[in-house]
Design a protein around this ligand. Structure first.
Ligand code: HEC
Length: 203
């Protein structure tokens, strides 16, 4: 029995030594069995940081980056970077409950718009729909997914402009929506280029 009490006391002392006494100040860090992410390597606003040479945790935007909605010097201004908002035709491709046809007055078709569309189509659409829009993009060669739409098909040719804009904005089937990644003007530019592709594919 004496041994038992002694062992219990010893255990108690060991636990106390490990955990520490409440309210007592230690110079060394306490033993953390579950750190609970108490200390994280992250930046806090308005707090200093040892990570950066200037010792400041608040950072300025990296040189050359442009926040969405702001103009780039020498570029076309904020109109180039707006995304769909509001019920206007330019923003939705729809007039009331129906797809509209023709280009909105904000984005008249000219050579620059079609050229911009060519570039954007190549970047955003060609891997699936092919450079010519015939649906035989690189993706169709590697994955056993259902065939991507042939955009030169007479069915798609018959779409009103607004429906193509709407399809880019919201996606369809396996095709994702591009509302958040392609600005409104660039979507209309792509529509204009797609119309050019369809015209050149006509016999
Ligand atoms: C990840 C591959 C992929 C990308 C990238 C892609 N699409 Fe598609 N697209 C598809 C697929 C798959 C369909 C067929 C969807 C269906 O009918 O279910 C489709 C259908 C369409 C249709 C026809 C919709 C209909 O109702 O038949 C249009 C128009 C279209 N895409 C335009 C575009 C444009 C413009 C871009 C570039 C902004 C683009 N797509 C990017 C995969 C893609």
């Amino acid at each position: 029995m004496r041994w038992f009490i002694l062992i219990v006391m010893l255990l108690g002392v060991m636990v106390l030594a490990g955990v520490g006494l409440r309210g007592q100040k230690f110079t060394s860090r306490p033993i953390e069995i579950f750190p609970d992410m108490d200390r994280q390597f992250k930046l806090k606003t308005q707090k200093p940081s040892e990570f950066f040479a200037d010792g400041s945790g608040s950072r300025k935007p990296v040189a050359g980056t442009v926040p969405i909605g702001f103009a780039v010097a020498g570029d076309g201004g904020p109109a180039e970077f707006t995304f769909s908002h509001g019920p206007e035709y330019a923003s939705t491709g729809m007039i009331g409950e129906y797809f509209g046809d023709g280009f909105p007055t904000e984005y008249p078709v000219d050579e620059a718009l079609i050229e911009r569309g060519r570039e954007r189509f190549k970047i955003n659409c060609s891997m699936c729909h092919g450079l010519s829009g015939n649906g035989a993009g690189i993706v169709s060669k590697y994955w056993t997914i259902p065939p991507t739409a042939n955009l030169l098909d007479s069915r798609v040719q018959a779409f009103p402009d607004g429906q193509i804009f709407w399809t880019i904005t919201h996606g369809k089937g396996l095709m994702g929506p591009y509302n958040g990644t392609i600005a409104v003007r660039d979507r209309w530019a792509i529509v204009s280029y797609l119309r050019a592709l369809q015209k050149s594919a006509q016999p």
